[in-house]
Design a protein around this ligand. Sequence first.
Ligand code: GLY
Length: 355
Amino acid sequence: MSETVSRRSFIATAAAAPLAGTAAFAQSDSKQPAALRGAPPIIISSANGLPATQKAADMIAAGADPLDAVIAGVNIVEADPNDHSVGYGGLPNEDGIVELDSSVMHGPTHKAGAVAALRNIMHPSQVARLVMQRTDHVLIVGEGALRFARAHGFEEINLLTDDARKIWLKWKESHSQDDDWLPPLEPADKDKHSAAPREIQYTYGTIHCSALDANGNIAGVTTTSGLSYKIPGRVGDSPIIGAGLYVDNEIGAAGSTGRGESVIQNAGAFAAVELMRAGTAPTDACLEVLKRIAKHTTDKRLRQDDGRPNFDVKMYALAKDGRFGSASIWSGGQFAVYADGRNRLEDCAALYERK
Ligand code: GLY
């Protein structure tokens, strides 16, 4: 933007652009493959997204905007107290406070919105959509994101369920022998505290969901409570456009779950979409991103003795022509897909076989 253009006139120009939503879909991409017209939608998600893909498929079949559909899909998981990686019931930061990250991206307008380190709001993906639709910004974080959500009337709740609090407390009492937090006495310990590490539940888990409708329009969302027990304010890949989510309506969509720092360092979702632009099939695009992540993992603490990463990342990719795929660093992963009118889990391709 030229320095002589005032912010006011810039916003006025921007306001003339098409808004996200059903109206934008009237200008559907004329380059869409003919085979897709009238075909059922295709929706992919992480394995925890099986209810999300079904919901999104039902909404798209009823005429919904694909972005509204995938957001409504992941909202089911954001509200699920039993999923400790997303939304309500997510595992908290090291202070015991749940902080959520989410991004959305709308292919037809190439607009995006995101929030990070958002507290007290069950559906960060809905707030991310409002950042896209009702601000001139892409990413709002922390206290600013909460104030923005409040301004739009979102209800504040305590996102820390009793179950998640107990899991966090177990971590708190067991992760160090050099502080004053002690785990409960085991019967065998009689009169002394045992600081032996007990099984601790960690998560980088997340939900990603992308959809392609019968008009060839694409949208995606990624939403998470992020790394469990993180330093307050830590932001992962999920709200970073180009890392945890990227959509190009002429090419496809990609998203990620798993160790967000590695995905950010390799611009994972953007790389996957660019690989598809260069003709790489979706599954191979996911594998290529994971190969880069493995190659660029240089810290000893993140590598096994054989040099392979000691963590996992999963990539998900959906191409404009309806092909889709997912891959994980380590074998054994699955992803959710709605295609050919059927909702199911499929196996991810893998970079390495887990022994
Ligand atoms: N991929 C989720 C996170 O690292 O926060």
